[in-house]
Design a protein around this ligand. Structure first.
Ligand SMILES: Nc1ncnc2c1ncn2[C@@H]1O[C@H](COP(=O)(O)OP(=O)(O)OP(=O)(O)O)[C@@H](O)[C@H]1O
Ligand SMILES: [Mg+2]
Length: 235
């Protein structure tokens, strides 16, 4: 069974439709990119997958024993979040909160795991610094570390490389690829960078007037890909 399956899903805000007839499934260890123009409903879909946005109709089914609080989420960034007044370590540890129930403190296993995740993402040296003082690339790595503390199975990443310089973005994509290929963590990543999307992903969910779920080879040959690539070298 797939980790997550969407069937005939429609999304709306009150009576305003955002996207309809969304069908796709993400299996263990897969890498899926979600692309589409601004306002096509990518973030809303991700929030629906997390149970943070009520669906209008259709079904979202979790499989392989996955629970909603075991999904790691890196939200789309806003300028105010960049000033968040907490240490790197505190932000990373906060990834465990969704799985802690009523327990008010982090336990040793969680602290040890946070240390390991920070080592893996090269954040150990800055762990006591304020999140707000870090560069954009470091901040995104902190948020990825936070998401990773919540999960060993599935990461949902909403434009993790937006507004990063090219080489910093590439470094982040490399890290994400490592988490996918080496650790077997499935990834659903929203990206405005359609070229990187097709480089890394196994499958592409293209959101637009019609939402289509493609294998990579089919997507590369599609009009959707050609149109989106031509528009701004981005999606
Ligand atoms: N809280 C909200 N209330 C009402 N409408 C909203 C709300 N959030 C988003 N929308 C609208 O829903 C549509 C989809 O928004 P969404 O943020 O999911 O798009 P997106 O594909 O993530 O866009 P972007 O590429 O700019 O991040 C847009 O038309 C947006 O204006
Ligand atoms: Mg968005």
């Amino acid at each position: 069974m797939a980790l997550i399956t969407c069937k005939n899903l429609s999304l709306a805000y009150d009576s305003v439709n955002v996207a309809e007839d969304i069908n796709f499934a993400v299996n263990k260890g897969e890498y899926v990119c979600v692309v589409g123009e601004n306002g096509s409903g990518k973030t809303t879909l991700m929030r629906a997958l997390l149970g943070l946005h009520k669906t209008k109709s259709g079904d979202i089914t979790l499989g392989e024993g996955l629970k909603r609080n075991q999904i790691g989420y890196l939200p789309q960034q806003t300028p105010t979040q960049r000033d968040f007044p907490a240490s790197v370590k505190e932000v990373v540890l906060s990834g465990f909160v969704g799985g802690m129930g009523l327990r008010p403190f982090y336990n040793k296993a969680e602290r040890d795991r946070a240390e390991k995740v920070m080592e893996r993402l090269e954040l150990s040296d800055v762990q006591n610094r304020s999140y707000s003082e870090l560069s954009g690339g470091q901040q995104q790595r902190v948020l990825l570390a936070r998401a990773l503390c919540a999960t060993g199975k599935l990461l949902l990443l909403d434009e993790p490389a937006a507004s990063l310089d090219n080489h910093i973005a590439l470094k982040l994509y490399d890290i994400i690829e490592g988490l996918n290929k080496e650790d077997g963590i499935a990834v659903i990543m929203i990206s405005h960078d359609v070229q990187s999307a097709v480089k890394y992903a196994d499958k592409i969910l293209h959101m637009g007037a019609k939402t289509v779920f493609y294998d990579k080879a089919d997507y590369l040959a599609s009009d959707d890909f050609k149109r989106l690539s031509a528009e701004k070298g981005a999606c």
